[in-house]
Each structure stands twice: as structure tokens, then as C-alpha cells.
Design a protein around this ligand. Structure first.
Ligand SMILES: [Zn+2]
Length: 303
């Protein structure tokens, strides 16, 4: 495999440009950032083959967080590659070693679509999992990888910084195309916008040239990326708050939010709305934001 970071397209649900996996050589096997859902492990394997490598070459599975579209394949991958190990924030570790609760709560949301969307979630053996708290430098082969704790999208989210490359998972937003302003994916249960903004402030200071987003791909590190994400995050959150204040129910909120979002995206590129639905269903962002604002209101009353 050539030097540098490779972006593999998992063709999630037959759609290109929705879920990306970053791969780089460490000199001691491959590092894979967020292997994706279990349903696309064969596509990951084929992508590695196309680079002249294979699943058996993977040694380091760097997880930004435990959501299915990022970490679902980790357990199966580790079972198939005995020499590999995975890295995850300590607050996400138990969900990987005992995924039953995670699967049960996702099944409530996805029902009989679970398997088609995400595939199996095999538990990760605890002795194959290295829990992180942020602040570590991992020495992987001949590469130093800095771990940054970056909550906001999830309370257990980390980002990885290796040389010129910054691997952001979901905290750097969803940006499916260079023309698209990044947007914050805000699913339940634990989004926290003020923690998220703090994470963005710290990430923006890091000396990286390239930003790697799971949804989707690599972009030059520019001030416009971070500024755009901050702006749309505020706009999206405010749309929900305004609706809640007007007494709208979740269905009305979802319809209005989806309409506004799709109009914004379509204005940036006509292809964006359809792909965005796969990367981050708007109804899920609405549920997360409703929950966030209700929690904030409850906190305010306690003060
Ligand atoms: Zn996520």
C-alpha cells in the first residue's frame, strides 16, 4: 500500500459517498479509522484488496465512537484478525464488549430494518480493546497518533491526529461534497451542543492539513469548514427550539425541519438531499435536538 491516508467508500445501502473508512500504513500493519457497520465488512475487505492489502493486515482499529455506522464491524473484524486490537473512549468500551443494550435500543428505532442496515454486532473481547481517555499518544508502528477527547456528538467521542491528518468521525460534521456547508449530526441520546462547540475550538487549533470525515471523505483544513459547521449547528438547533416554543409536536417539527434542511442542501447541490438522508436521517437529528432542548430546559428550572 502506498504512503498516506486512503479513503475507502463502503457504498452503504448501495449509495456511494455516504460512509467512508480511512486507512493508513503504520509500518506495523494497517490502521483503520472507524471500520463502519457490520453490513459492509465485505466492501471494506474488497477496498483493502484493491489497495493491495487485506483484512489480515489490519492491526489497529481506531474508533471515534461506538455508533453502528462507525464501529458496528469492529467485533467481527477482531474475530477474523486475531492480531488486531481496537481503541475506543473508556465511556464507550462497555457498549462494545456487551453490545446487547445498544442493539436493543437501536432495534426499537430500526425494527426489522436492523439487520439490513447494520448487520451483526459481535461483542469485542475486553482483552482486545484499549480504553482511551484522551490526551494519549499512541505509538502505532512508526506513527504517533494523538488522541483528543471531543464530546458533543456523543459523550464518548474521540478524534485522532496523525501528522497532517485529523480523523474526526462525526464531530467535524457531515459534508458530502466540497460544495456543502458541514452540518452537525445530532442523534439521541447524548448530544451536547456547548461541549461540541468547545471540541470544535480545540480541534481547529490543531496543526493538521487534512480533515477526514466519516460522512464523507477528506477536505483541506480551512477556517471556512469550522465556521460553516458552527453556523449550521446553531441554525438547525434554533429551528427546533423555535418550533418547541411554538408548541409544535414532534411530527410537525420533523416535517418542518426536514423541509428546511433539504431546501438548504438542494441549493448547494441537487444531489445532496438523497445522500444526506442515508448519512444522517433528519428525523433522527430532530429527536436528538428535542431531547437536548428538553434537558437544557430541565436544567434551567433546577437552577
Ligand atoms: Zn455518530
Amino acid at each position: 500500500m502506498s504512503a498516506g491516508v486512503h479513503t475507502l467508500d463502503l457504498n452503504f445501502q448501495g449509495t456511494p459517498g455516504v460512509i467512508a473508512v480511512s486507512v493508513f500504513d503504520t509500518g506495523d500493519g494497517l490502521a483503520v479509522v472507524d471500520p463502519g457497520p457490520g453490513s459492509t465488512l465485505a466492501t471494506l475487505k474488497a477496498g483493502l484488496n484493491a489497495l493491495g492489502a487485506g483484512l489480515a493486515d489490519v492491526r489497529h482499529v481506531l474508533l471515534t465512537h461506538i455508533h453502528f455506522d462507525h464501529a458496528g464491524a469492529a467485533g467481527t473484524l477482531l474475530t477474523q484478525v486475531p492480531a488486531a486490537r481496537a481503541y475506543v473512549h473508556e465511556r464507550g468500551a462497555a457498549h462494545l464488549t456487551r453490545p446487547e443494550r445498544l442493539v436493543a435500543s437501536a432495534t426499537q428505532i430500526y425494527g426489522d430494518q436492523m439487520d439490513r442496515l447494520w448487520g451483526a454486532m459481535t461483542p469485542v473481547a475486553p482483552d482486545r480493546l484499549l480504553p482511551l481517555s484522551g490526551g494519549e499518544t499512541l505509538r502505532l508502528g512508526n506513527r504517533d497518533v494523538q488522541v483528543h477527547y471531543t464530546p458533543g456528538h456523543a459523550v464518548h467521542h474521540v478524534s485522532y491526529h496523525a501528522g497532517d491528518d485529523l480523523f474526526l468521525g462525526d464531530v467535524g460534521g457531515i459534508r458530502l461534497d466540497a460544495d456543502q456547508t458541514p452540518r452537525a449530526p445530532t442523534p439521541p441520546p447524548d448530544i451536547n451542543l456547548s461541549a461540541w462547540r468547545d471540541s470544535l475550538d480545540r480541534l481547529e487549533q490543531l496543526p493538521a492539513r487534512t480533515l477526514h470525515l466519516t460522512h464523507f471523505g477528506a477536505y483541506p483544513n480551512t477556517p471556512a469548514h469550522w465556521a460553516g459547521l458552527r453556523t449550521t449547528m446553531t441554525v438547525d438547533a434554533q429551528r427546533i427550539l423555535t418550533g418547541l416554543d411554538a408548541g409544535q409536536d414532534p411530527e410537525a417539527l420533523t416535517a418542518a425541519f426536514t423541509g428546511d434542511l433539504m431546501r438548504d442542501l438542494h441549493a448547494e447541490h441537487p444531489d445532496l438531499p438523497a445522500r444526506y438522508e442515508f448519512a444522517c436521517p433528519p428525523w433522527m437529528s430532530v429527536q436528538g435536538l428535542i431531547r437536548y432542548w428538553r434537558r437544557e430546559a430541565a436544567r434551567g428550572e433546577q437552577r
